[in-house]
Unconditional design. Structure first.
Length: 173
């Protein structure tokens, strides 16, 4: 099989990250674990990053994005319960951060992303109650002023929340 330069670069990055993560200090390094999850989430073998995902989740408490990150691997491996759990913890951390910092628009996008992943994982798991709660969470946290930002890339979570509501109502019908 002939690999593209992009694939070769990705394999090199994967190899470098794996060599560092396998060291005693590397298995607990949240930066390495985070990058490894991003590297592996769309790879042909995302299951290689399950241990890194579990490690990252056990290491972070008040960092919503890093708490959410394992769900990228869990969902690729069909572990919808793990993805739900990770994102529920991320949403709680988001709310804690929100109480301290106020509603900053940039953080709202991350909050929407956490709710979005929570909703999709819940739909895959057939849990309409959690999916509907996640859709409502998207609608609560989405900064309306972003609707006026060309090319309106930030409006993507709103149609997704509606889709979650529709799909979840079909699960309960």
């Amino acid at each position: 099989m002939r690999l593209t330069s992009y694939q070769n670069s990705t394999l090199k990055i994967q190899s470098i990250l794996e060599s560092h993560i396998s060291s005693p200090a590397g298995s607990d390094h949240i930066g390495l674990l985070h990058l490894y999850i991003h590297t592996m989430e769309m790879s042909p073998i995302p299951s290689l990053a399950v241990d890194a995902s579990n490690n990252l989740l056990s290491l972070v408490r008040d960092l919503p994005h890093l708490i959410h990150m394992p769900s990228h691997i869990y969902i690729q491996n069909g572990d919808y319960a793990g993805a739900i759990h990770s994102n529920q913890l991320a949403v709680l951390a988001d709310e804690k951060y929100l109480r301290k910092s106020g509603n900053l628009p940039y953080n709202s996008i991350y909050r929407c992303h956490d709710f979005h992943f929570l909703g999709w994982a819940a739909m895959f798991a057939g849990n309409s109650k959690v999916a509907l709660e996640a859709a409502k969470g998207i609608e609560r946290c989405f900064p309306r002023e972003f609707l006026n930002v060309p090319p309106c890339m930030f409006s993507l979570p709103l149609p997704k929340s509606s889709l979650l509501i529709i799909r979840s109502s079909q699960l309960t019908s």
